[in-house]
Write a protein that binds this ligand. Sequence first.
Ligand SMILES: [Fe+2]
Length: 257
Amino acid sequence: MAIKKADIHCHILPGIDDGAKNTEVSLELLREHRNQGVEKVIFTPHFNSDKISVEEFSAKRAQSAELLTSMKEFKDIGIEYKLGAEIYYTINLGELDLSNLCFSGSDYVLVELPTQARPHGMKRTFGNMIRNGYIPIIAHVERYSYMLKNPNELYDLIDLGCLAHINAEALIQKTKATSMICYFVRHGLVHFMCSDCHSRHRRPPNLKQGFEEMRSLLGDKYADRFLSNANDVFNAQTINPEINNLKKPKNMFGVWI
Ligand SMILES: [Fe+2]
């Protein structure tokens, strides 16, 4: 039986961040998701502790979710949802109470890193978060230049207990990073694929094509595993790290093997 698709990173809630600007766009994105076989979604609007408190963010998110999910049109689409957040990395995350930002009913937190400059103190901050009981999921690792250059930057965080995802567009758009993204997957350094959708034009729902690309580039094994992992996270279940076959990247004469 086909595994149901869950999208654990998207910006579909209306009027809260740079994603869907109103409920019309939200419904359009959800219908497109549903057409592509996505049945479960975690809404993850941007959160930055330097700009807003957890309490204020939670209230805004609840208001936006209520506006959307109380609509008849939303119910007619027939998609299950949970609330979460995409937390921008700051060095104080290890000291914050993030429980309201976890995916509903779980300890999973989605964390976005700066794209160009490797932030200071990542191992200590993520280590503190894990000690506080959270399971960090690092968002769209294909965007971080320092990880593409040195996959051990990612390995160190996964080895610590973090999980990670790529966006579907990372496999759909063939770029010079594609071979390193496939390397991440084969080395057990990523565990999910998400849409991170914002609108029909800017990063649209694309999990159908993303999984087709993954099956063609990497085979059914990884695609099925990623689908199953996202379902487990949506259902607040633990992912068994053994199934991910984590391998330490090695560099031989300038080539990552
Ligand atoms: Fe995002």
